[in-house]
Design a protein around this ligand. Structure first.
Ligand SMILES: [Zn+2]
Length: 464
């Protein structure tokens, strides 16, 4: 039985899907105005792996992730840099999908774009108005948060506290300080759509309600996203959806913790970011994914260069073991035709860990223990079993170990490292003998070939 810590219930609950053996999932996707960093990639990687796991456990999954292509951040970039509206959103949707594919994340079954759902959004808002939970002021439509009984339940906040907290800078047109915009009138020159309230565009929260219910139905199984979205985004999505349909919106709410650097959230505004592209280039897909799986997804995860280096080494250890097995068999070992108790035990533990709040970190520890075990054995049967269960099953669900480096690649890598080490040491010896001309010759000729030597307090490092 799969169990999750549900944000609304605030405890671990058993997952029982709406339709037997089927799962419908909606994950809040990116606002497409820029390329993404590793913090943005966490929900994409984790919830895509959860989708793999559902499939592994026999469920048919419908996985939806939206692209927010109407937003202030996009409009700001259009105004400041002269982008064409259609081109900026198309560019960053393409770049996002490309980064995610390199990271081993599959495309969603459906990637809806806000701009394709404006008609549905207008209809949704009209329904809210007809129910009396929304109101229009000067072409802007607001949602009245006091008219939904459950407001604050998801984020576990009291309405009174939210009201008093929001007293500063209150828009005088709002009935209550916590009311939020459903439809925003357009300023001159902004991308806009026709509506009964004049030209404008959907507010941020309404888009996800409209896309989720249009595609997955009024009630669906799992709504997921980063825990920075719980309030106000998901609280508002839930309020307006449930007051529109009169039904439960999402049956389970899953939220991932933030990626932090020295305790602060990774964000463009704080500058402490590493892009997905840069991380993949420096550390490789397995290391990046292992880093993201190294902490259970609800907890915050701390980013540091050292931690990435550690996971790169850890990923190499597993891949080297798998490569050694391939070497031993002169290729891929034969498929398992029957399974021993050893294999069954490992699989039972894999399922036990992932059933329990999708604890990927325990699975990684088990994989490392298995690698230690097989590194000391010559038993070909055990090695075959280990190969297929680690690479074939666990790796398949977690999107790891998809490419075992060939023997030749490994050798050329390490031989090159040795040559570089020799050159660096030779240069140091020359410098200590004050033979600067010869020492600089080494540095300059390497630099011409695109290899930089970096002198630091811990000696000289090199980079290509
Ligand atoms: Zn959303």
């Amino acid at each position: 039985m799969i169990r999750f810590t549900d944000t609304l219930a605030k405890e671990k609950v058993a997952f029982v899907p709406l339709k037997e053996n089927q799962v419908s999932m909606y994950v809040c996707g990116p606002t497409v105005y820029n390329t993404v960093h590793i913090g943005n990639a966490r929900p994409a990687v984790v919830f895509d792996a959860l989708r793999n796991y559902f499939e592994y456990r026999g469920f048919k999954v419908t996985y939806v992730m939206n692209f927010t292509d109407i937003d202030d951040k996009i409009i700001n970039r259009i105004n400041e840099e002269g982008w064409d509206f259609d081109l900026i959103t198309r560019t960053f949707i393409r770049e996002y999908l490309r980064d995610m594919r390199h990271l081993g994340v599959r495309d969603a079954n459906i990637h809806p774009r806000t701009s394709n759902y404006v008609g549905e959004t207008v209809a949704f808002i009209e329904k809210l108005l007809s129910k009396g939970v929304a109101y229009v002021v000067d072409g802007e439509v607001f949602y009245d948060v006091t008219l939904y009984e459950g407001y604050g339940q998801l984020s576990h906040r009291k309405l009174e506290d939210m009201m008093s907290g929001a007293r500063i800078e209150v828009d005088q047109r709002k009935r209550n300080p916590g009311d939020f915009t459903l439809w925003k009138p357009a300023k001159p020159g902004e991308p806009s759509w026709e509506s009964p309230w004049g030209k404008g565009r959907p507010g941020w929260h309404i888009e996800c309600s409209v896309m989720a219910t249009s595609i997955l139905g009024e009630t669906f199984d799992i709504h997921a996203g980063g825990n920075d979205l719980i309030f106000p985004h998901h609280e508002n999505e839930r309020a307006q959806s449930e007051s529109c349909t009169g039904k439960i919106f999402a049956r389970y709410w899953l939220h991932n913790g933030m990626l932090q650097m020295n305790g602060a959230k990774m964000a463009k505004s704080t500058g402490n970011i590493i892009s997905v592209r840069e991380a993949l280039k420096k550390y490789g897909r397995d290391a990046v994914r292992m880093f993201l799986f190294s902490t259970q997804f609800r907890s915050p995860i701390d980013y540091s260069v050292d931690r990435f280096e550690e996971w790169k080494k850890a990923a190499n250890r597993v891949n080297e073991s798998l490569a050694r097995i391939e070497e031993l068999f002169d290729g891929v070992p034969p498929y398992l035709k029957r399974e021993s108790q050893w294999v069954k035990d490992k699989r039972d533990r894999f399922v036990e860990y992932l059933d329990d709040d999708f604890n990927t970190s325990k699975v990684l520890s088990m994989i490392f223990d298995m690698v230690k075990e097989i590194n000391t054995t010559k038993d070909k049967e055990r090695l075959t079993e280990a190969y297929w269960i680690i690479k074939g099953e666990f790796g398949d669900v977690l999107g790891l170990f998809t490419e075992v480096p060939s023997k030749k690649q490994q050798q050329s890598g390490s031989a090159f490292d040795d040559v570089m080490e020799t050159l660096i040491s030779l240069r140091a010896q020359l410098r200590s003998k004050k033979m600067y001309e010869q020492a600089d010759f080494i540095r300059d000729s390497l630099s011409q070939k695109g290899i930089q030597l970096l002198d630091g307090p811990e000696g000289t490092k090199w980079q290509i």
